[in-house]
Design a protein around this ligand. Structure first.
Ligand SMILES: Cc1cc2nc3c(=O)[nH]c(=O)nc-3n(C[C@H](O)[C@H](O)[C@H](O)COP(=O)(O)O)c2cc1C
Length: 210
């Protein structure tokens, strides 16, 4: 079992990106991984914009990422690239914080014309954090993401669901390889985050992986 942090860089409350990340988290939970969300929109704007990494919530988020075995980074495409919210947060992270961690980048967007934001925007950003293994990642059109309802978990339109699942399965394989190659990897101690505001641990669904 690996610990996976899912980082949401959407400023929106009813977020398609968060729905996609929750879909991914549920599948990873089915594979036995422990998942945690960090929603950047809940971090305090003042310290973020001032580059103040001493803020307690920002420090906790940094520590949580440092302690994770792997990270899924999700952002909507805004003005042809990842959000400014992601950039101000990444600017507060140490250069090597993703070293040795498999990373899965995902973008949501309104237009497939901006699918290359994955390769020209998000992946180079993650490479600056020392990520040695950045997955191919996926761009998912917002129209193909169906948010959770009172009775159903978030889902992906069947036209692209298989492709998203393939990305998750490949990521899971990387986690298995990493666990075998460093079985005694020590987790860095992380400050607990405020569960009400910053992190929500999604529950596993009943659905069996297909
Ligand atoms: C300010 C803003 C800028 C956007 N710019 C783009 C863009 O350049 N390319 C694109 O494909 N979609 C763009 N979109 C659409 C969003 O990427 C898309 O709706 C996304 O799924 C929203 O994710 P969210 O619900 O998690 O915020 C933009 C949306 C907003 C609000």
């Amino acid at each position: 079992m690996s610990s996976v942090v899912l980082l949401s860089a959407s400023p929106a409350g009813n977020s398609k990106t968060e729905a996609l990340l929750e879909f991914i988290a549920r599948r990873l939970s089915q594979y036995g991984h422990r998942t945690e969300f960090i929603k950047l929109r809940h971090l305090p704007a003042g310290p973020l914009l001032a580059g103040d990494s001493s803020d307690s919530l920002i420090a906790s988020a940094r520590a949580t990422i440092a302690a994770a075995d792997a990270v899924v980074v999700g952002s909507p495409v805004f003005k042809a690239t990842y959000t400014g919210l992601l950039k101000v947060f990444v600017d507060l992270l140490p250069m090597d914080v993703l070293h040795g961690k498999p990373v899965l980048p995902v973008l949501t967007g309104g237009s497939v014309a901006h699918v290359l934001a994955l390769d020209y925007g998000l992946k180079p950003l993650l490479a600056t954090l020392g990520a040695s293994s950045i997955g191919r990642g996926r761009f998912v059109s917002s129209s193909n993401i169906l948010p959770a309802t009172d009775t159903t978990p978030p889902s992906i339109d069947e036209s692209v669901e298989r492709d998203v699942i393939d990305a998750i399965d490949h990521f899971d394989s990387e986690l298995t390889v990493r666990a075998r190659s460093c079985p005694h990897a020590e987790a860095v101690d992380a400050e607990p985050l405020d569960p009400e505001t910053l992190i929500t641990a999604p529950t596993a669904t009943e659905r069996k992986p297909s």
